[in-house]
Ligand binder design. Structure first.
Ligand SMILES: *[C@@H]1O[C@H](CO)[C@@H](O)[C@H](O)[C@H]1NC(C)=O
Ligand SMILES: *[C@@H]1O[C@H](CO)[C@@H](O)[C@H](O)[C@H]1NC(C)=O
Ligand SMILES: *[C@@H]1O[C@H](CO)[C@@H](O)[C@H](O)[C@H]1NC(C)=O
Ligand SMILES: *[C@@H]1O[C@H](CO)[C@@H](O)[C@H](O)[C@H]1NC(C)=O
Ligand SMILES: *[C@@H]1O[C@H](CO)[C@@H](O)[C@H](O)[C@H]1NC(C)=O
Ligand SMILES: *[C@@H]1O[C@H](CO)[C@@H](O)[C@H](O)[C@H]1NC(C)=O
Ligand SMILES: *[C@@H]1O[C@H](CO)[C@@H](O)[C@H](O)[C@H]1NC(C)=O
Ligand SMILES: *[C@@H]1O[C@H](CO)[C@@H](O)[C@H](O)[C@H]1NC(C)=O
Ligand SMILES: *[C@@H]1O[C@H](CO)[C@@H](O)[C@H](O)[C@H]1NC(C)=O
Ligand SMILES: *[C@@H]1O[C@H](CO)[C@@H](O)[C@H](O)[C@H]1NC(C)=O
Ligand SMILES: *[C@@H]1O[C@H](CO)[C@@H](O)[C@H](O)[C@H]1NC(C)=O
Ligand SMILES: *[C@@H]1O[C@H](CO)[C@@H](O)[C@H](O)[C@H]1NC(C)=O
Length: 711
């Protein structure tokens, strides 16, 4: 590009013919071809800010543009430029274009029909992360890399789409709205394909056979679709495969033992399907395996011992299956890279496997809902990165020993041990936890243990505690006021204990429920935690997604509900049912503007329902049944939307939704008897229904839930 060319163009911009003549002369000098320039300028792109630097005369020097030595535009490389506008047909005039990258912009609209067919030099096309939609009509044969992921393209991936793309190496159409089956024809005639990503679309039907002909295929992803049927057998012929990722589909049948032919495999991700059968006995031949993520299937039998030959394993996630067997027979010590093991919700038995303690990289262990016995051994403290330890609902013993040992695991953040240690004494010795013990614990659970004793004072030293579950124990005495000294505590469940005394006023000063400005840690947990919610299994990947909760149901608390309760502005669930609370319902409860659950049923509350309660617009579960309330039920769209059962068992309440109006306040004894026969009416899903749901779903027996926070 000479200075001369540019200045001439500049001086004589109107004389098109002459300019073209000059181009003929100077074309060898890498000057921007005028046709190309006009095509570029007619692209309806504009940016928010800063604008594209497309002002100079020679378009070959424009931002994001490069030319070949004939001044023909070959590259448009404008990712992350804040481009708006649409894909225009004039792009099709840039017939020398080989690389087009417009990813991560805000381009909107259809692709003009046949747009790319004239671009028969095009090799790289990246339109990912835009807002393009409609159907796609074809690619030139030259194309090697196509990434149109994360748009809203729809329609089927017709054969037309690829039939000419013999050079295709990578195809990523994930995160769109494509329907129909996934194609295997890219494999029929291409020996180059390395990557196919069809995930997060609306694909259905079976996975076609033919993918096995993709002899160089390394990555196959088609997760989060509705694919059904078996894994096609010829897939095991694609021996270059490193990653098979087909999670969240309806795939069924077994994983064939021919999978051992895929000796390069590092990722096997087939979770949330309906796969059955055993893991192939020879899976240990896949020595490169790093991620084996097969949770939520119907896989059966014991784990093949050869699995321990997969010495590069990093994550082994097998929860929610039908695996069984003596866990002590596995020698995990050959897995030095293992960071995450999740065998929860299966039927393993035996003692806690000591060999696991030699996996020095471990950060997360879930063995909950199995039949493990024995005690937590001191060797667990060798796991210097251990952050997540969930062993609930097994048959472990010696809680005092467990705490004395776990106190040495400095990095622990989530510790759920509920449903073990049945009828043991709560370790109340204050010195069991030193002042900096459990310094990183955020979520602690000992629910469903029937532990006996007083509320343990050492809990007051766990200053980062956010969520505490002590549900279903035999804790006596009163609720300690020092709970409010835990600056981050935002949810606790003390239901189903033997707690007496009053509701401590200090609790109404819990910082994390009072101050909007509390620190929220949005980091992902190493593994999700589960809890029953609305009859489904709630999954929490981030602790701060749990509700702000105070649950003290089924105890013997008495006295008034303190009026200071109105300070807990962030509270979303307040469950005080089945206690002996008396006095009025403080109208200050209506200051809890975020409240979604309010259950005051089966107490001895009297007076009227404060009319201000009608201000609680988020309330979705509510009951004041079985108290001594009287007077009209305040009318509001909210309070009348609940069943009459939310108000039953109060002799003096009247008005809708109760059948009797306020002029006729006589309530018949029949109502009350019926109530008692049916047991207390709880306006949300009883846990047993949840259990039935899970048991039916995964065929696992026994109580399957972290009952905690079972909203
Ligand atoms: C962007 O383009 C639209 C129409 O395509 C136009 O109305 C708008 O003024 C342009 N904005 C800028 C900053 O050029
Ligand atoms: C715009 O691009 C030209 C080259 O075409 C360059 O000389 C100039 O510095 C650029 N301006 C800005 C603001 O980047
Ligand atoms: C580009 O192509 C469009 C239609 O595809 C045509 O109408 C237009 O004249 C062409 N523009 C230039 C600058 O060649
Ligand atoms: C397009 O550009 C983005 C941002 O630089 C880059 O991450 C991406 O790999 C590019 N696409 C292709 C196909 O090279
Ligand atoms: C395909 O694109 C999505 C983003 O849209 C990205 O997350 C994914 O990793 C890509 N697939 C492959 C196999 O690289
Ligand atoms: C899917 O696409 C949307 C919109 O482009 C984007 O916000 C989202 O992050 C993408 N999801 C994944 C998993 O890549
Ligand atoms: C694709 O989406 C467009 C609207 O975005 C719609 O008009 C069209 O019918 C859809 N095509 C198919 C095959 O679903
Ligand atoms: C396979 O590719 C060759 C070019 O490499 C082409 O001539 C032939 O028609 C293709 N066959 C099919 C079935 O697509
Ligand atoms: C696997 O490939 C071999 C030859 O490469 C072929 O004979 C066999 O039929 C293929 N198996 C399947 C299931 O396609
Ligand atoms: C896997 O390898 C074995 C032995 O080499 C062979 O018999 C079998 O056919 C292969 N399976 C597939 C699907 O290629
Ligand atoms: C693990 O590998 C070793 C050596 O490669 C082999 O001797 C042993 O049989 C394998 N174990 C299992 C259970 O496959
Ligand atoms: C409980 O565990 C502690 C610490 O490991 C141990 O010293 C104690 O003997 C154990 N108690 C019982 C009853 O096993």
């Amino acid at each position: 590009m000479s200075y001369q060319t540019r200045s001439m163009q500049y001086l004589m911009p109107h004389h098109l013919l002459f300019t073209l003549f000059l181009f003929a002369i100077f074309s060898a000098n890498h000057a921007c071809n005028q046709i190309e320039r006009n095509s570029l300028l007619s692209l309806p792109f504009n940016t928010s800010s800063p604008p594209l630097n497309w002002s100079s005369a020679d378009c070959c020097y424009w931002e994001g543009i490069s030319c070949d030595d004939k001044g023909q535009v070959t590259h448009i490389w404008l990712p992350y430029k804040g481009l708006r506008g649409s894909m225009s047909p004039s792009l099709g005039n840039l017939t020398y274009l080989s690389h087009l990258n417009l990813s991560h912009n805000s381009l909107l609209g259809h692709l003009p029909k046949g747009l790319f067919l004239s671009l028969n030099q095009l090799m790289v096309l990246d339109l990912s992360y835009n807002h393009l939609f409609g159907e796609i009509s074809g690619w030139p044969a030259s194309v090697q890399i196509v990434d149109i992921s994360s748009n809203q393209f729809n329609g089927t991936i017709q054969s037309l789409f690829l039939q000419r793309a013999w050079s295709l190496i990578e195809l990523n159409v994930s995160n769109n709205s494509f329907t129909g089956s996934i194609p295997s024809y890219p494999c029929i005639n291409s020996s180059f394909i390395r990557l196919l990503d069809f995930s997060r679309n609306l694909h259905g039907g079976q996975i076609p056979s033919g993918l096995g002909s993709c002899s160089k295929l390394k990555v196959l992803r088609a997760g989060f679709n509705s694919l059904s049927g078996l894994l096609p057998h010829d897939i095991y012929n694609a021996t270059w495969l490193e990653e098979i990722s087909l999670p969240s589909n309806d795939l069924s049948g077994p994983i064939s033992s021919d999978i051992v032919n895929l000796t390069r495999l590092t990722n096997l991700e087939l979770f949330e399907n309906q796969l059955s059968g055993k893991l192939p006995a020879n899976i240990g031949n896949l020595s490169k395996l790093k991620y084996v993520i097969l949770h939520t299937n119907f896989l059966t039998s014991s784990l093949p011992p050869s699995l321990m030959n997969c010495t590069n394993l990093i994550e082994l996630i097998l929860r929610f299956n039908l695996f069984e067997g003596d866990i002590t027979t596995y020698n995990f010590s050959s897995l030095p890279q293992l960071t995450t093991i999740d065998l929860g919700f299966n039927t393993f038995f035996g003692n806690f496997p000591i060999s696991l303690y030699s996996c020095k990289s471990l950060r997360a262990i879930r063995l909950s809902y199995n039949r493990l016995e024995g005690q937590i051994q001191p060797e667990v403290a060798q796991l210097e990165f251990l952050s997540f330890l969930v062993l609930s609902y097994n048959r472990l013993t010696n809680i005092t020993g467990a705490i004395k040992i776990l106190i040495h695991c400095k990095t622990l953040s989530v510790v759920l041990l509920g449903g073990n240690f049945l009828y043991e004494a709560i370790p109340t010795d204050d010195s069991i936890v030193s002042s900096n013990g459990f310094e990183n614990i955020r979520f602690l659970g000992f629910g469903d243990c029937q532990l006996m004793g007083q509320f343990p004072i050492w809990l007051s030293k766990i200053k980062k505690l956010e969520v505490l579950n002590l549900v279903s124990n035999r804790i006596t005495g009163s609720i300690p006021g020092w709970l409010s000294t835990l600056p981050r505590l935002f949810a606790f469940d003390l239901s189903n204990n033997l707690i007496s005394g009053e509701f401590p006023k200090e609790l109404c000063a819990l910082p994390a429920l009072v101050l909007a400005e509390t620190l929220v840690d949005n980091n992902y947990l190493n593994l999700p935690v589960f809890s029953a919610r609305d009859g489904t299994l709630g999954q929490y990947n981030v602790l701060s997604n749990m509700r702000q909760t105070i649950k003290i149901a089924n105890n013997s608390l008495s006295g008034n509900i303190p009026i200071e309760i109105g300070h807990l502005k962030l509270l979303r669930q307040l469950d005080l049912r089945h206690n002996n609370f008396s006095g009025n319902i403080p109208h200050q409860i209506s200051e809890l503007a975020n409240l979604e659950l309010l259950d005051l049923s089966t107490n001895r509350l009297s007076g009227e329902i404060p009319s201000s309660l009608s201000r609680l617009h988020f309330l979705s579960r509510f009951s004041v049944a079985n108290n001594n309330l009287h007077g009209p039920i305040p009318s509001s769209t909210q309070l009348q939307s609940f069943n009459a059962s939310a108000y039953e068992g109060n002799l003096g309440l009247c008005g809708p939704p109760l059948p009797h109006g306020c002029t006729n306040t006589v309530s018949t004894n029949e109502d009350i008897e019926e109530e008692e026969e049916n047991g207390p009416t709880i306006p949300w899903f009883p846990i047993s229904v949840v259990l039935g749901f899970i048991a039916g779903f995964w065929g696992v027996c026994g109580p399957l839930l972290y009952k905690f926070m079972s909203n």
